[in-house]
Design a protein around this ligand. Structure first.
Ligand code: GLY
Ligand code: MN
Ligand code: MN
Length: 435
């Protein structure tokens, strides 16, 4: 992403906001992990999308038509002593020079300056309710203007949810966003390959997790969410993140791990046998999930609606469950009654972008959203047979399979950004058994 991308987004948003409107976005707050240790700082995705500015204690203001500049930033002032301890700061000058702000002020002056920017604006575009402390400050500035109304000042009288405009923009990825997401998917796919090569019975889940962290960091990426590394029956716990058990010969290993590169997420799941060979049952279950995933990916085409990949996956999974003797009945009835949910209890995907579960509406009114080129989503069907599942032969107990890819909607065929992570069972076995 370069400054031109951020500038283009700001201009697009300002065109929608129009004169008389003003958008205000605070940066993400820092968060304490324990005592005086902070969590790694991650910029707020909306703030990043419009500014590319990575520091905390900043506020971005977009004021279409403002004579002295439409993009105003508040940020931490330069401070040699603090920078010695906490790292470099851009300061207001740096924000103008390197981040394209028209005007920038120290954050410590915001109480004096922001009310003036709000003065005589009609509409404030703001994401209310996400940052309680900033909500209060903003209301304080508005009240200050209201109190001054007898002096001829008019305060904004309308709050508009910024998310509607911004999140619809974020749903459609530009060329440079797609390039970054492709890189993020490539790095994560490489890490899955590395895990397949490295895996053997006797290792622990955390040692496999370490392979991911190594692969991510050596590409300047971090995790986009807590990796799930679940051997054997741990694969049946959907959000298993302890990653503490030893991997056993004859078990499957489910790994859901993706990275974040330049704030963009990848999200990939692969399932493979710890010892490098699927048993007949494992392979049979795996092939049902793979067939469902391929059928779902094939529905990721413009003009189809959001739920079509899910519906395709559910049909194939249900048919497969009948074939394997895990469900009895007819596909339409079992789908209608939701009987497949015993083994497939989540949905087939979500939008992907700056957030792993990215923003964007899934429905427009009552109707599922129609897929359009530039949207990116995951396709991640699975089957999970927890130990002790009643009415299911013991040979299936403790198996969990999920296959997840990141898919771009294009004008033509679906573009699988994470295609470098093998999922064909024969290819996985070849890779795991190569000398
Ligand atoms: N890793 C989270 C998800 O697959 O949605
Ligand atoms: Mn996902
Ligand atoms: Mn995932």
């Amino acid at each position: 992403m370069n400054n031109r991308d951020f500038g283009r987004r700001r201009r697009q948003l300002m065109r929608m906001i129009g004169k008389g409107g003003i958008a205000i976005l605070p940066s993400a707050p820092t968060r304490t992990r324990n005592r005086d240790v902070e969590h790694a700082y991650r910029q707020d995705s909306d703030f990043h999308y419009l500014t590319g500015f990575p520091e905390p204690e900043a506020v971005a203001v977009l004021a279409p038509g403002r004579a002295h500049g439409e993009f105003v930033m508040f940020c931490r002032d330069r401070d040699p002593e603090r920078e010695t301890w906490d790292g470099r700061r851009a300061g207001p000058e740096g924000v103008v020079k390197d981040f394209g702000a028209d005007d920038a002020f120290p954050i410590s002056d915001i109480d004096d300056i922001l009310p003036g920017l709000l003065e005589n604006c009609e509409r404030v575009y703001y994401a209310m309710g996400l940052n309680a402390e900033f909500d209060q400050r903003l209301l304080g500035w508005i009240n200050q203007l209201r109190a001054a109304s007898k002096n001829g000042v008019t305060a904004p009288n309308e709050f508009v949810a910024l998310d509607h405009l911004l999140h619809d923009m974020r749903l459609f990825k530009s060329r440079s966003e797609i390039a970054t997401m492709r890189k993020a998917a490539k790095i994560a796919a490489g890490a899955h390959v590395r895990a397949m090569r490295h895996c053997r019975p006797g290792l622990t889940e955390y040692e496999i997790e370490a392979e991911f962290l190594h692969e991510f960091r050596r590409h300047d990426a971090t995790v986009s969410y807590q990796p799930i590394v679940g051997g054997g029956e741990n694969a049946c716990i959907l959000h298993y993140v302890e990653n503490r058990d030893r991997l056993k010969e004859g078990d499957l290993l489910l790994i859901d791990a993706g990275c974040e590169l330049e704030c963009y997420a990848s999200d990939i799941t692969r399932t493979f046998p710890v010892s490098g060979r699927f048993t007949d049952e494992q392979r049979a279950l795996y092939e049902v999930v793979l067939e469902a995933q391929l059928a779902a990916i094939d529905k990721v085409r413009p003009g189809n609606h959001w739920n079509e990949p899910h519906e395709a996956a559910v049909r194939v999974l249900t048919r497969g469950l009948i074939r394997l003797g895990l469900l009895k009945g007819r596909v339409p009835t079992l789908v209608k009654n939701g009987d497949y949910r015993r083994f497939y209890m989540h949905r087939t995907g979500h939008w992907l972008g700056l957030d792993v579960h990215d923003v964007g509406d899934y429905k427009v009114g009552e109707e599922w959203r129609i897929l359009e080129p530039g949207m990116v989503l995951t396709v991640e069907p699975g089957l999970y047979i927890a130990p002790g599942t009643r009415g299911v032969a013991k040979k299936w107990w403790g198996m969990g399979v999920r296959i997840e890819d990141d898919v771009l909607v294009t004008r033509d065929a679906p573009d699988v950004l994470s295609r470098d992570a093998p999922k064909d069972p024969a290819e996985i076995e070849r890779l795991m058994n190569a000398a």
